[in-house]
Design a protein around this ligand. Structure first.
Ligand code: SAM
Length: 309
């Protein structure tokens, strides 16, 4: 049965390698952004090897195949990452794992283009200005990829009640004015000094909003297996979708609760947020505390960089 005027949010602190809290075939959409392997200014040293990182994607992908309903979509926001000069092909490895190993269909790819002035990390292109000769070309990266997979099977459009269909209607004027119809989306990225974003590498609410509006109906359930600061749940709630989020780092609990407006601490696991909405928070034994360690490592790298320049 479809209920659209009450939202349920469940946050699990623990690894999404195991999503035993979610029944098979019960999720309608996945919107997520996995860690960018050991990206120097987000996740330095998080994984002991690239193989270990790919194994995490493999295990999470397997769980997604189990929990997603047939015919529904999983959207991954990610990009290749360069560490100490070596470029890791995260996007193609993710596609290989999801399609060739796990059996998802490769549905679409959207380029999320960030404004030119919004580059977060150092500019590489300056090298050519100093050495205007061939073989000194290192472009600045201003995009990420949104890779969209489909779980095989057919979604039965005729089973959606007319009222839900109407409430989920996509604004054609927005679709046209903001050029949602293109496979390149121009959206501002969140900068590190903006609220919530320090040490969480969030994606913009606008990006999550487009995906949620385009691939789910009100009252359905959106899952983010790498919740970070909670963007997917915040936007799902705003759009009257239920949300389940997994985050391994318990140190992000405060940020997530603040973003969801849970200012009053509750002694129970269930926290009432509005007239009808409910938020459930579960802390599993495999939750970790990561941010302080990552932050120290990032600051050490920044100091070293500052000393060199
Ligand atoms: C790129 S961030 C996600 C940012 C998020 N989209 C947002 O808007 O804030 C990836 C997140 O995955 C978390 N993570 C890493 N390994 C995990 C695991 N095994 N299970 C669940 N979360 C994990 C990291 O702590 C990090 O917060």
């Amino acid at each position: 049965m479809w209920v659209w005027n009450m939202v349920e949010i469940k946050i699990v602190f623990g690894s999404s390698e195991n999503m035993e809290e979610i029944p098979d075939n019960s999720v309608h959409l996945v919107v997520t952004s996995p860690p960018y392997y050991n990206a120097p200014f987000d996740f330095p040293g998080l994984f002991s090897s690239y193989e270990e990182y790919l194994n995490l994607l493999r295990k999470v992908g397997k769980e997604l195949m189990r929990v997603l309903q047939p015919g529904r979509y999983a959207c991954f926001v990610t990009q290749d990452v360069r560490i100490e000069g070596k470029l890791y092909p995260i996007v193609s490895d993710l596609i290989h794992i999801m399609v060739h190993e796990l059996g998802f269909e490769y549905q679409d790819k959207i380029i999320w283009r960030k404004p030119e002035g919004y580059i977060r990390i150092s500019r590489r292109s300056g090298v050519l200005i100093q050495h205007p000769y061939p073989m000194y070309y290192y472009p600045d990266n201003i995009y990420e990829e949104v890779v969209i997979f489909k779980k095989p099977g057919k979604f039965d459009r005729s089973a959606v009640p007319p009222e839900i269909r109407e409430k989920s209607k996509i604004s054609i004027s927005k679709f046209q004015a903001e050029k949602w119809y293109l496979s390149v989306w121009d959206i501002k990225n969140v900068l590190p000094h903006e609220k919530w974003s320090k040490y969480t590498a969030p994606f913009p609410e606008e990006l999550a909003e487009r995906l949620i509006r385009l691939y789910s109906y009100v009252g359905e359930t959106v899952l983010d297996p790498f919740l970070g600061s909670g963007t997917t749940c915040v936007v799902s709630r705003k759009l009257h979708r239920n949300c389940i989020g997994y985050e391994i780092d318990l140190e992000l609990r405060e940020i997530i609760e603040e973003r969801l407006g849970l200012t009053t601490k509750s002694l129970t696991n269930f926290i009432k947020t509005g007239e009808e909405d409910r938020v459930e928070i579960l802390v599993r034994p495999d939750a970790k505390t990561l941010r302080r360690k990552l932050r120290e490592e990032i600051n050490r790298k920044l100091e070293n960089k500052g000393r060199k320049s």
